[in-house]
Design a protein. Structure first.
Ligand SMILES: Cc1cc2nc3c(=O)[nH]c(=O)nc-3n(C[C@H](O)[C@H](O)[C@H](O)COP(=O)(O)OP(=O)(O)OC[C@H]3O[C@@H](n4cnc5c(N)ncnc54)[C@H](O)[C@@H]3O)c2cc1C
Length: 219
């Protein structure tokens, strides 16, 4: 039976896709939760007061919710979420946030930049708006962290900072330095704050107005 507390709903885990040793996509019941692509929800283990923010990974038309979670070994919530199995329950609240693709931005040239699990809102954008024109630059430490990259086809560009492989060897910001960014572009930055601060400055130096740079800081 659906159990709802103040702005929180208990949802059954339907599936867990383990993408790497430390990262998984957790799928759970949606119970009609309405969100706009790019927004985040609060998720925790059922009954546990500790909850954390996770961008929705699934599309707005899906009848389930998904989040992409990286396991932080000394963390209080992410590890427990990654260890869940089908049939277990999570508490979910939200949605929250303004990291969205509002019109007319949706039809502008779009550059999506992410580090690690910061790719999650772009997965939701692409799943929700199949006609979307965009370029996605994803920075990870290792090659195997190109989470479900095939979904984005040739729009996906992988910067790998440690080890071989990918489309570029180095950090996202190293690649951004080499990139021509038309001034009509709307750039979206999501992930860790060091990347976001540096990329923000680089994009401004390339002539992008502040209003065309959208950010979502994870940690
Ligand atoms: C708006 C928003 C959306 C977010 N969306 C996602 C998401 O889609 N997927 C996701 O995995 N996380 C996401 N996060 C981070 C998430 O909320 C938690 O901080 C993270 O899961 C760690 O929680 P924890 O309880 O396990 O660790 P805590 O006990 O809270 O410990 C936090 C420590 O983990 C580090 N940390 C936090 N996130 C990461 C990460 N992704 N990779 C490496 N180290 C990290 C921090 O530096 C901090 O030292 C988001 C954060 C915000 C603010």
């Amino acid at each position: 039976m659906l159990k709802t507390t103040k702005k929180r709903t208990t949802c059954k885990v339907l599936d867990i896709r383990r993408l790497t040793e430390s990262t998984a996509v957790l799928r759970f019941e949606r119970h009609g939760l309405d969100f706009e692509p790019g927004q985040y929800i609060r998720v925790g283990i059922e009954g546990d007061p500790e909850i954390r923010d996770y961008s929705v990974y699934s599309g707005s038309g899906d009848d389930y919710l998904e989040v992409l979670v990286r396991r932080v070994e000394d963390g209080l919530v992410s590890k427990q979420l990654c260890d869940l199995g089908p049939g277990e329950q999570v508490d979910v609240g939200g949605p929250y946030g303004h990291f969205k693709l509002v019109e007319p931005i949706r039809s502008a040239p779009l550059l999506f930049i992410a580090t690690g699990t910061g790719i999650s809102p772009y997965h939701s954008f692409a799943a929700s708006y199949p006609e979307l024109e965009y370029r996605l630059v994803h920075g990870t430490a290792r090659l195997e962290e190109a989470y479900e990259a095939a979904f984005y086809g040739d729009r996906y560009f992988h910067c790998v900072s440690r080890g071989e492989g990918g489309d570029f060897q180095g950090r996202v910001t190293d690649y951004l330095r080499t990139l021509d960014v038309p001034t009509a572009t709307n750039a979206f930055l999501c992930g860790n704050c060091d990347m976001i601060y540096e990329a923000f400055d680089l994009l401004q130096e390339k002539g992008l107005p502040t209003a065309q740079i959208h950010t979502e800081v994870y940690f």
